[in-house]
Structure formats: structure tokens, C-alpha cells
Design a protein around this ligand. Structure first.
Ligand code: SF4
Length: 398
């Protein structure tokens, strides 16, 4: 069974379950509460969102410049940067770091990017023990942002124990996808507050760390070594799409998923993807994975709730439409879809065809949509007279 068939099967099994619907309603409620809190955290939320959107847009349009600036500043402070284009490269370089230092166990903090590049698999292959709750000489975790003008790494978290473990590790390894760069230190305040409020309904998280490289000669504390993996894994392909590249502006607050009616009804597991929900549906088809996620562009009603809620104003529905266009242009649409569109277009362009009898219309509808409609909903029937015919009759034009 391929990813698409599996998505349909999973969705079909979940969408009518009461538990799933209750879970969806709860997500909606939580997000609405978060949004209520957010509007009290910012004196002018709309202005903050507009500013954040403009900064992210400018950053994504000039990504190369900011990444080079970050690399230069980060390296000056003694940080070591590793550019990795794929999961394989991340794995190979990470194993080199571990082997060179003869490290036998590491603290690994779970996160989407850690999962995306399958760090656990790379470490397991080398028989490195992964611990989640003990202090170790090496830690691996995801950076929330990286800052170009100071070459800093920003992490945001809420767990005291985890904070302690991360700070004690003498070799600290961070992962960041290419899009995580912010131009200036001043931007941290805006973006960490937006993230915290949209994701959790609070102005900040308990621990926001700014890591400026390894311990300097005049400092008493700090890691001996700091590595940063800058990970592409398909993002430059997304960056090359002028209409969809703004999806990289995402700050992963999760709000768009929580308000999405499709996500609420099918649940995150159904997507079987590291990034699920509306923004995941835009991004996943571009990420380098062995799976094919093009079908996710269709897992949306295009209702626009995701766009309305997004703190950085990403126009997700429009990007999904562009993804669908690209999908069709690359010849991926099924024969059935192509034929149904052909008939629909022919009928829409010809008045006489549009006014064909009810029986013909019902026959065509059943031919093309009966299976996809499923058995649990009443299949719609065409009315006996077209809108045009009814209009003329009412106006006495016939
Ligand atoms: S796209 Fe979704 S997850 Fe990303 S910032 Fe916007 S609302 Fe948050």
C-alpha cells in the first residue's frame, strides 16, 4: 500500500469516530484560548504579525546572505558549522564527531528535525547508547532559531531537568534547518513571544537559551565544543519555488494544524509524516524522504482558517493550490481525474451541455465520484433543472 492509499484508509477509519471528533474539538478550544491570551500579550497583535511576516519574508528571500553572515559570526566565536544536504550526510558527520571523541552515550532531545534526519538510527548503527534523562558529555538537540548578526543559537524549552542536562554537556550538538535564521538579535523577542503564545498561550517558555559558541578563556562555565548542523534535506528545492517558498517562514507553532478541520477529523498520525497538518502538506512533498507525500496537497478543504491564524501570515491555501498545479503539470494526475476534468470543462463551456437532463448528470457524477464519496454520506443528486433554467422560469423569461 502506498502513502496515498494508506492516508485514505486511515482517514476513513478515523473520520467518523466520536473520540477523534472530541479530540478535534478539544484542539480547537485550546487554540482559541491560546489566541485569546495572545491578543492580551501583544499591545497590537496585528502589527506584530505584520512585522513578523515582513521579517520572515525578507529573510527567506535573502537566505543565502543571512546564512553566510551567521556562519562567519558563529565561526569567529569558535563554533563549528556542518552543512548537510541530506539525512545521510548528517548521520555520517555525527558519527565522526562521536567516534573521534570515543563517546559511548549521548543525550538526545526528541524533536521534529531530529526525527526528520533520523538521528536515532545513525547513533544506533554505531551502537551509541541514547539516553533521554541523564547528564552526558554530549547532547544533541534542535535549535529553535539561529541569529545572523551575532552567530547565536536559540533554544526554547520548558523542562528543568532537560535544561540542566543540555547545559552540562561538554560537547553540544545542535541541528537547525536552513530556514531557521533570524537576521538580528532584536528579532528573538518578537519571534520567541509569537511562538510561545501561539503554541502554548503564554508570553514565554521557562527556558530561552542563547548559545554563543563554546566557553571562552574569560568564562567560568560553558561547553567545550559547540557544533551546528545546518540541514537542507530538500529545502533548497522548496526555496527554488517562487510561489511556495514562503512556507519556509514557518516558526512551527502548530496553530494551523489545530484549527484545520481535516487535521481535527483525521488526526496527526494519519499523515504519517514528520510535519503534518496544513503546513506539513505544503512542505512534505519537497523534503528528501523515500516516501511520496504529493497527495497531502489535496488533504485540505482550502477553507483558509490556517492562513487566518498563522502568526507569520503564510498563505497556506494558496500554496497548496500551487502544489496541486505542479502535481498536475508534472503529469501525476490519475487518468480518471483527467477524464472527469475534461468532461466537466466541456460541459461548463457549453450551455446546451450544462442543461442536459438530470439522468445524464447523475450518471456522470456517479461514474467519477461515487467511490471517492464513500458509503457513509448521502451521495448528492443533480437537480432536475439548471440554475439558468430556474432563473428564467422565475423571471418569466421563458
Ligand atoms: S504555518 Fe502553521 S505552524 Fe507555521 S507558523 Fe504558521 S500557523 Fe504556525
Amino acid at each position: 500500500m502506498n502513502q496515498y492509499e494508506s492516508f485514505l484508509e486511515q482517514a476513513e477509519s478515523k473520520v467518523f469516530l466520536d473520540e477523534q471528533r472530541n479530540e478535534g474539538a478539544l484542539l480547537e478550544k485550546q487554540t482559541q484560548n491560546n489566541l485569546k491570551n495572545t491578543s492580551t500579550i501583544f499591545s497590537n497583535l496585528e502589527l506584530a504579525r505584520t512585522r513578523a511576516s515582513a521579517i520572515r519574508k525578507k529573510t527567506i528571500e535573502n537566505l543565502e546572505k543571512y546564512l553566510i553572515e551567521f556562519e562567519s559570526e558563529f565561526s569567529k566565536k569558535g563554533g563549528k558549522i556542518i552543512w548537510a544536504s541530506s539525512e545521510k550526510e548528517v548521520g555520517a558527520e555525527l558519527v565522526k564527531i562521536v567516534s573521534k571523541r570515543n563517546i559511548k552515550s549521548v543525550y538526545l532531545k526528541e524533536s521534529p528535525l531530529v526525527k526528520e534526519v533520523n538521528i536515532e538510527h545513525s547513533l544506533n548503527k554505531e551502537k551509541i547508547t541514547i539516553f533521554g534523562h541523564e547528564p552526558f558529555s554530549m547532547s544533541v538537540s534542535e535549535a529553535k532559531f539561529i541569529v545572523a548578526d551575532t552567530g547565536s543559537i536559540v533554544t526554547i524549552g520548558n523542562d528543568e531537568k532537560e535544561q540542566r542536562i543540555l547545559q552540562q554537556a561538554s560537547t553540544q550538538v545542535f541541528l537547525a534547518s536552513l530556514d531557521r535564521v533570524l537576521p538580528q538579535t532584536n528579532d528573538i523577542d518578537l519571534f520567541s513571544t509569537l511562538y510561545s503564545s501561539y503554541a502554548f498561550g503564554t508570553a514565554s517558555q521557562a527556558y530561552t537559551n542563547i548559545i554563543n559558541g563554546p566557553k571562552q578563556a574569560n568564562e567560568s562555565q560553558g561547553p567545550q565544543e559547540v557544533f551546528l548542523f545546518l540541514i537542507d534535506n530538500g529545502r533548497t528545492e522548496l526555496l527554488a519555488q517562487p510561489e511556495q517558498r514562503q512556507a519556509l517562514a514557518c516558526i512551527s507553532c502548530g496553530a494551523c494544524s489545530n484549527v484545520c478541520p481535516v487535521f481535527q477529523l483525521v488526526g496527526s498520525k494519519t499523515y504519517d509524516a514528520v510535519y503534518s497538518g496544513p503546513i506539513g502538506s505544503v512542505v512534505m512533498p519537497y523534503l528528501s524522504t523515500e516516501e511520496d507525500y504529493k497527495h497531502l496537497s489535496y488533504a485540505s478543504t482550502l477553507c483558509g482558517k490556517c492562513k487566518d491564524v498563522c502568526p507569520v501570515k503564510i498563505d497556506i491555501p494558496r500554496m497548496l493550490q500551487f502544489n496541486r498545479r505542479d502535481y498536475v503539470e508534472k503529469g501525476n494526475a490519475s487518468k480518471k481525474e483527467n477524464i472527469s476534468i475534461y468532461f466537466w470543462k466541456t460541459a461548463m463551456l457549453k450551455r446546451s451541455a450544462m442543461e442536459k437532463g438530470q439522468k445524464v448528470k447523475n450518471f456522470m457524477l456517479k461514474q467519477f465520484f461515487r467511490k471517492d464519496w464513500g458509503n457513509r454520506r448521502d451521495f448528492p443528486e443533480a437537480v432536475s433543472k439548471s440554475f439558468n433554467q430556474q432563473w428564467k422560469e422565475r423571471k418569466g423569461l421563458k
